[in-house]
Design a protein around this ligand. Structure first.
Ligand SMILES: [Zn+2]
Length: 246
């Protein structure tokens, strides 16, 4: 009889404590983004990539949405985003998509083009000459043809003074290098690689005047995407392209 009383008491106490704990537990919510977080559209597609890539955008001052091809650029982006980040590789964009991307940059919105995005838009000279300021050469052009090598350890050093690289010290990274890319003579280089399999210039500011456009060649896989220097660079590039870093 005594045993039964003890068991009943224990059961009552446990039920009370559990009920109290559950009622006191609030539903988990992530910390809200800052109200003036930069609205970013990340465009992917046409090339596989490590999922670690998205960690670059986990930042309180960046509110990023991902829109892969073929959905990318199917609608007007001007009112919804401040910056488009290109991590796609579509050789030929449909006319309607070109028009939406063109309207976006012509409206003064920023572009951060990363890594293999320099291989896209092969048939759109306005894009690679005026806006991006570079193109991967699949076919020989002016006696040059582009090539790439994976897993190269290189030393990256800032060139000149620019808000994107402010405070950045030279750093080592294991990444893919490109050689013999066509680079417009009008770009302003902001990063240099020391490796002979690289063109040397690995990031630049485009001469395009209607909006802020930056290209960063780094970013092949998780060795770059999880590198704190690379993450800082891309985040700075986003804020600069949005006009918030000067
Ligand atoms: Zn790559």
């Amino acid at each position: 009889m005594k045993k039964l009383v003890i068991i009943t008491t224990i059961t009552a106490v446990v039920t009370f404590v559990l009920g109290f704990t559950v009622s006191q537990t609030e539903r988990w919510k992530p910390k809200p983004k800052s109200a003036n977080a930069t609205r970013v559209l990340v465009v992917t597609g046409g090339h596989d990539h490590d999922a670690d890539f998205y960690s670059v955008f986990v930042d309180d001052s960046i509110n990023a949405k991902v829109n892969p091809h073929p959905l990318a650029f199917t609608s007007d982006m001007r009112n919804r985003y401040d910056v488009v980040v290109l991590y796609d590789m579509i050789l030929e964009l449909e006319e309607k998509k070109q028009a939406n991307l063109k309207a976006f940059v012509e409206s003064g919105k920023g572009i951060v083009a990363l890594h293999h995005s320099v291989c896209g838009n092969q048939n759109w000279p306005w894009w690679y000459k005026e806006v991006l300021g570079g193109r991967y050469l699949y076919d020989e052009f002016e006696g040059k043809k582009s090539s790439y090598i994976h897993d190269v350890e290189e030393l990256i050093t800032p060139v000149g003074q620019h808000p994107i690289t402010r405070g950045l010290k030279p750093f080592r990274i294991l990444d893919e290098t490109y050689k013999n890319i066509w680079i417009s003579p009008k770009v302003t280089p902001i990063l240099q690689s020391d490796h002979p399999t690289s063109d040397g210039t690995v990031a630049w500011i485009s001469p395009y005047e209607k909006s802020r456009v930056v290209y960063i060649q780094l970013g092949h896989d998780r060795n770059a995407n999880l590198n704190p220097n690379y993450q800082k660079l891309v985040r700075n590039a986003i804020q600069w392209a949005a006009g918030k870093l000067n």
